[in-house]
Design a protein around this ligand. Structure first.
Ligand SMILES: [Zn+2]
Ligand SMILES: [Zn+2]
Length: 353
């Protein structure tokens, strides 16, 4: 096997064995110490039985073991006196919260209570009961709209606000930025459902409220500046275009929304850099298209195509199907005997039965 194949094979075998093992058992320990009148606290685990972790024990010894060592606590009883403790003071800086990723943003929308300024219990409960902002069916769509409206952009897996979004947040009324608004409306909707509030009364309030909001925005001092204007003129209407980042591409869009003209400047392709194996970016138009890699590697699309034609374009779906068929014909034996081998090689101590 090649090194990569060997690694994948190892992962599969380990997982296969791990599912047959008993659970990993530990006790969660919290210790409060009295040290010369100061109260110190520690939290950690006491391992009772390694269980399935035994299969993974030799892996990643460097970092995982280190982490475990920090977390493992000795078995202790209430009232134990500890001798020979060393105490060290460390100074550090806190990191700002890490940016949202798609999954964390979704769960923040699902459970927005921790982002509420008021700690109103009724509101918190309402948000919990009604499933937060949006619904299961609409949340992904809401996020998608924020991307396509260029309010959010992706850097790797992290999601960042664009300057447009930041400016927008300074311009919109406070109410609209808070989960409390959703909670309030949801509470009134359930009043309607319970027959305690008339729909017409709610709609009247909403109409009034929307009017007030718009008035507030109009009367506001704020102004919006495009800080991503380029010198590139829109070929349709002649206005200057804005540089924006789409999901997998960089684009120029016309600043006039009515015009709506947009051009792709570059996009992330599925082709891999022959030097560093990162995904290549495809820039330019027509014959001038060129692959560019972050590591500095550049290749014209035309020469890339020539090279691929010479090398053979990797493995196609057809090739994979052919290979799988061939495997089938040879029977299931190779895989079974490979597992038997692996079982024999891995020392299964204490599990003879
Ligand atoms: Zn235009
Ligand atoms: Zn590269």
């Amino acid at each position: 096997m090649t090194i990569d194949e060997r690694k994948i094979y190892d992962l599969v075998v380990r997982r296969f064995l791990a599912v047959l093992y008993p659970p990993f058992e530990y006790e969660q320990t919290e210790i409060t110490l009295d040290l010369g009148g100061e109260t110190l606290a520690a939290r950690g685990k006491t391992v009772k039985a390694l269980g399935w972790k035994e299969v993974y024990e030799t892996q990643d010894e460097d970092d995982e073991e280190q982490e475990l060592k920090e977390q493992n606590l000795p078995v202790m009883k209430k009232g134990d006196r500890l001798a020979g403790l060393t105490v060290a003071m460390t100074e550090g800086k806190t990191k700002p919260p890490s940016p949202f990723q798609e999954a964390t943003l979704l769960s923040a929308m699902e459970n927005p209570v921790s982002y509420m300024e008021t700690k109103d219990r009724d509101m918190a409960r309402t948000l919990g009961e009604t499933g937060g902002l949006g619904t299961v069916a609409t949340r992904a769509d809401i996020i998608e709209k924020l991307f396509s409206g260029f309010l959010l952009e992706r850097r790797g897996k992290d999601i960042y606000l664009t300057s447009k979004a930041k400016q927008l947040l300074t311009l919109v009324p406070e109410d609209l930025k808070k989960p409390e608004l959703t909670a309030e409306w949801e509470m009134r909707l359930s009043e309607i459902a319970g027959g305690k509030l008339k729909r017409a009364a709610f709609m009247k309030d909403i109409r009034q409220y929307s009017g007030d909001l718009i008035h507030q925005i109009r009367a506001g001092e704020g102004s919006f500046n495009h800080d991503n204007l380029t010198n590139h003129k829109c070929p349709v209407c002649g206005k200057r275009m804005l540089a924006v980042k789409g999901k997998n591409s960089e684009m120029l869009v016309c600043q006039d929304r009515e015009c709506g003209h947009r051009e792709t400047v570059s996009r992330t392709s599925n082709a891999r850099c022959p030097v560093c194996h990162k995904k290549l970016e495809l820039r330019g138009k027509g014959d001038g298209q060129i692959f560019v890699c972050k590591c500095g590697y550049k290749e014209k699309l035309t020469s890339f195509k020539d090279r691929r034609a010479k090398e053979g374009a990797g493995v196609s779906k057809k090739d994979v199907a052919k290979y799988l068929n061939q495997q089938k014909k040879e029977g299931d034996m190779p895989i079974n005997s490979a597992f038997a081998d692996a079982f024999a090689k891995l020392n299964l101590k204490g599990n003879e039965d």
